[in-house]
Ligand binder design. Structure first.
Ligand code: ADE
Length: 224
């Protein structure tokens, strides 16, 4: 999969893509990323890509021209399945959205800043708008990283245990059951006996039951 990210703050992504699962995906050639500095597409000598909002009001707006030039250039090299804009008023990111995106070959994520981007970009060049939650971040970079991480871990071959993405919370609409590792007893805090029983069928049933209990307690709206 190819993920291109258009941003005003490219260095934010250095560590994110050089670490953990995302790094592994790149090392295995399952992921290729390009961090594109929007300032390189500024139409003035100062490198600024924002301007005052028509009609007045606080906050700057990202201009149409640098973004359009940047996207048009990259679209000559790529056949994007989606051009995503990260924004608090986008559609909420869910596991279902991540699953859908993980089936694509090539996506582009445009990170918003300031008061947002000129609406004409949203109307004409963006195919999907994603919010990672009902709160406002200073910019779309962290949202883009969240999207990339949740999508890339679903690509076949990225996780060493093929089934482990399938048993994630939300993958079946439920929260995952609790997990434990050694020691079985830490100062009297014991691992549930069932997990030490060796009876896989009973363990699977217990896990499903725990998933349901947790989901009912913590996220009742997930239970239909
Ligand atoms: N940019 C600012 N806030 C955001 C949010 N909650 N989700 C996605 N992008 C954003």
């Amino acid at each position: 999969m190819i993920i291109d990210i258009i941003t005003l703050f490219p260095s934010i992504f250095d560590e994110i893509f050089a670490t953990s699962i995302l790094k592994r995906a790149k090392d295995k050639d399952l992921l290729s990323t390009n961090i594109i500095n929007l300032r390189n597409y500024a139409t003035n000598n100062y490198g600024s890509v924002d301007d005052y909002a028509y009609g007045g009001g606080a906050g700057m707006v990202m201009q149409v021209e640098p973004i359009a030039n940047c996207l048009n250039e990259w679209k000559q090299k790529r056949n994007y399945d989606e051009v995503i804009y990260t924004a608090p008023d986008g559609k909420k990111l869910t596991q279902a959205v991540s699953n859908e995106l993980s089936l694509h070959k090539s996506i582009c994520i445009l990170c918003g800043h300031y008061k947002g981007i000129d609406e004409r970009i949203r109307q004409h060049l963006i195919t999907r708008e994603i919010s990672i939650g009902d709160y406002v971040l200073s910019g779309g970079e962290l949202a883009a990283a969240v999207i990339a991480d949740s999508v890339v871990r679903l690509l076949p071959g990225v996780l060493s245990d093929e089934t482990s993405a399938l048993s994630d919370s939300f993958q079946d609409g439920l929260i995952s059951p609790p997990v434990y590792t050694r020691p079985a007893d830490f100062n009297g805090w014991r691992v549930p006996d069932i997990l030490l029983s060796g009876n896989q069928k009973a363990i699977d049933e217990w896990r499903m039951e725990q998933s349901l209990i947790r989901t009912k307690e913590r996220r009742p709206e997930l239970i239909h």
